[in-house]
Design a protein around this ligand. Structure first.
Ligand SMILES: [Zn+2]
Length: 88
């Protein structure tokens, strides 16, 4: 059995089916890496016995962490706007 591949979604561009000029956001890249691993690369993930896969869990955590950071940035940007006095 092959060793698990690197869970780092930034390690090389993956085939997305999109034109090369189209750049995905880091969140989209991370989700794509998770889905690609789970549905195409990994026999453990595709098995029907529900076996846990450490690589898939790490890819999902990476996706979740990027999403958490993006959400915090949007929230903080909104909080900054709301803290201005009226009319500013
Ligand atoms: Zn897997």
């Amino acid at each position: 059995m092959d060793e698990p591949k690197s869970p780092d979604p930034s390690a090389g561009r993956r085939q997305t089916g999109l034109p090369p000029a189209v750049r995905l956001s880091p969140l989209q890249e991370a989700w794509g890496a998770y889905v690609h691993h789970s549905l195409r690369e990994c026999d453990v993930c595709r098995s029907v016995d529900g076996s846990p896969c450490a690589t898939a869990e790490e890819l999902y955590r990476t996706y979740w962490e990027i999403g958490r950071r993006v959400t915090a940035q949007v929230r903080d940007a909104g909080a900054g706007r709301n803290s201005l006095p009226p009319g500013q």
